[in-house]
Design a protein around this ligand. Structure first.
Ligand SMILES: Cc1cc2nc3c(=O)[nH]c(=O)nc-3n(C[C@H](O)[C@H](O)[C@H](O)COP(=O)(O)OP(=O)(O)OC[C@H]3O[C@@H](n4cnc5c(N)ncnc54)[C@H](O)[C@@H]3O)c2cc1C
Ligand code: SF4
Length: 546
């Protein structure tokens, strides 16, 4: 957050309108679900979202497009990916109306019942969560890749599981994607957008069917992805909710009318005044694991507007044990840039591998490099690219260079695991700019190393039995650095304020009417893609809010 914003909000902000019943901060899985359900019940809901409202023709595709979100300069840089790099861990997140659903790989899957056996408040169990999972599945319209459209990666996963003696653990995954049963890979011009069929979903929004273009993480141009901005959010708006993109919440203060809260924000849409605030009886913080934790840390430690927040704030953060091992196949096509990004899994969450719990998935990636080269040809050399975009392209090139094979021969073996969940988010002062206070992560690999090693071992085995040559990234072998798209925790749910920040309903201890409803409340690694669990928790919280 810009240092100028440390100036008195009271002096520089103005109220933007009358009071709302509820202000929701963030429009990802937690924010969209709570906004939708409360608006359905007749509450006057305002959603503040720091990112843009993206339209399909605006998704980033070329160097120079709006790829990145910058915490240091969001007014100028409010693009697609919020990618944070710390010493031992990097975290990728979405930014925009729809949050992580815009960028996600479409997997909408329940956590395993065993995950609920430890670490949760006593009211939360799998049985308790089941109806809420069902509600999410219905809204996200989940389905598997049809049998006639399974990409090469799916078949490789199945073959690997069978050859390694784990055939019974293989399964197709439920995806938030709409497929046309008649589409096939061998039809002429199969990946052309004109092959997508238009249809209207249950919320009245026009979508398309999947053409297996592989761009899921970069935004689905034909709207086959069932993202939150085509279901929960428009449904909330139909029930009167107001969504304000490019509005970043900066501070929460208890209302000076004795109840409720005031939310100060900055807007990046060019309108004036740049700073404003709104007030409501209830505030739901749903800015994601990093965003919600940072906002509450600032309110407790920097602005001291919420000084009685739990001392557990920031603790027990988890990366959900994510890991990727590319493997090269000399004798078969893999085509990782075709088909939905992830399609299937081999499930080791039962602890059968020396007690380690993990979930292997196929990983695809968009043909970013091809697009970058295409764009380079179009725009000519010398066009200045965003530095992190060049880094992404360089990382892709690295895979090709190391393997000496084109992308279509590389299998990205992906996985998530139950790590120790012992990271800590806090506000620190960067070495190069000690006058700033920034969100920092203290992550140590010691207690999570064994599960990552178990994942790597399984990736090597699955590659070997199918004739692949795995390339374990040196960022792991040499540095023990990890990257995660699945941050969890920071405002953990618990039975008491000594152990967590919110109770089982999401209400913040010591602050009635203030809630956290997103990945920040998940109190432990779940070892599986988390969006459905986050959305199901939010469904439950919305139902329990009076
Ligand atoms: C590349 C990628 C692929 C993924 N694939 C999958 C998958 O296939 N399946 C799966 O289950 N999960 C997947 N995930 C993870 C999934 O996206 C997250 O777990 C999920 O989005 C978290 O939901 P949330 O509600 O906690 O937060 P988010 O969805 O991150 O939403 C938080 C929102 O709050 C906004 N925000 C943050 N701070 C503020 C502020 N101060 N003021 C206003 N707004 C703010 C953000 O811009 C964002 O829109 C993937 C993630 C990535 C990065
Ligand atoms: S593969 Fe392409 S069409 Fe299918 S969901 Fe992903 S982005 Fe959309």
């Amino acid at each position: 957050m810009a240092s100028s914003l440390r100036l008195s909000y009271a002096r520089r902000s103005i109220p933007m309108s009358g009071r709302y019943d509820v202000i929701v901060i963030g429009s990802g899985f937690g924010g969209s679900v709570t906004a939708c359900r409360l608006a359905e019940r007749g509450k006057r809901v305002l959603v503040l979202e720091r990112g843009r409202r993206w339209e399909p023709d605006q998704y980033p595709r070329h160097p120079g497009d709006a790829w990145f979100w910058s915490m240091r300069n969001p007014r100028k840089q409010n693009g697609w990916i919020d990618f944070r790099i710390w010493d031992t861990m990097s975290v990728a997140q979405g930014a925009g109306v729809g949050g992580g659903s815009l960028i996600y790989a479409n997997i909408v899957v329940d956590a395993k019942p065993e995950v609920y056996e430890t670490g949760w408040p006593k009211e939360i169990s799998y049985e308790e969560m089941r109806p809420y999972y069902d509600r999410v599945a219905q809204m996200m319209n989940v389905q598997e890749v049809p049998a006639n459209q399974r990409p090469h990666r799916f078949r490789l996963m199945q073959e690997a599981a069978e050859k390694a003696g784990h055939g019974a653990r293989f399964r197709p995954l439920p995806l938030g994607v709409t497929f046309d049963p008649e589409w096939t890979y061998d039809r002429p011009d199969a990946f052309n957008e004109n092959q997508s069929k238009r249809w209207v979903n249950a919320q009245g929004v026009e979508q398309g069917t999947c053409i297996h273009c592989g761009h899921c993480d970069l935004g689905c141009r034909v709207r086959a992805k069932n993202t939150l901005d085509v279901n929960y959010i428009p449904w909330a708006e139909k029930h009167g909710a107001e969504v304000r993109p490019l509005h970043q919440a900066l501070r929460i203060t208890p209302g000076d009318w004795g109840r409720g809260y005031r939310v100060d924000f900055e807007r990046f849409d060019g309108a004036t005044p740049r700073l404003g605030y709104e007030e409501a009886e209830r505030v739901i913080v749903a800015a994601g694991s990093l965003g919600s934790t940072e906002l509450l840390l600032r309110c407790r430690d920097q602005y001291q507007t919420l000084p009685r927040l739990s001392p557990a704030l920031g603790y027990n953060w988890s990366s959900n044990g994510d890991f990727l091992t590319p493997a090269v196949y000399t004798d078969r096509e893999i085509e990782p840039t075709r088909g939905p990004t992830i399609t299937s899994a081999i499930d080791f969450l039962d602890g059968s591998q020396d007690g380690h719990r993990f979930f292997i998935e196929d990983g695809g990636f968009p043909s970013l490099l091809g697009m970058a080269m295409e764009s380079e040809q179009r725009t000519g050399k010398g066009k200045k690219n965003e530095r992190r975009f060049d880094l992404l392209v360089a990382a892709m090139q690295q895979i090709v260079r190391v393997s000496n094979y084109p992308f279509n021969r590389v299998m990205p073996w992906f996985a998530q695991g139950v790590d120790a969940g012992d990271g800590r988010l806090y506000l620190g002062r960067p070495r190069f700019a000690p006058w700033r206070r920034e969100l920092m992560l203290d992550w140590r690999i010691a207690r999570s190393q064994a599960v990552i090693e178990a994942i790597v071992k399984m990736h090597l085995e699955l590659s070997k039995v199918t004739g692949g040559v795995p390339r374990v990234p040196p960022t792991w072998t040499l540095l023990k650095n990890l990257v995660t798209p699945h941050p969890l925790g920071g405002c953990n749910m618990a039975d008491s304020p000594h152990r967590g920040v919110v109770d089982h309903t999401g209400e913040v201890f010591n602050y009635p009417g203030l809630y956290v409803a997103d990945g920040a409340v998940v109190p432990r690694a779940i070892g599986i893609n988390p969006s459905k669990t986050i959305a199901a928790l939010a469904e439950r919280m919305a139902e329990l809010m009076k």
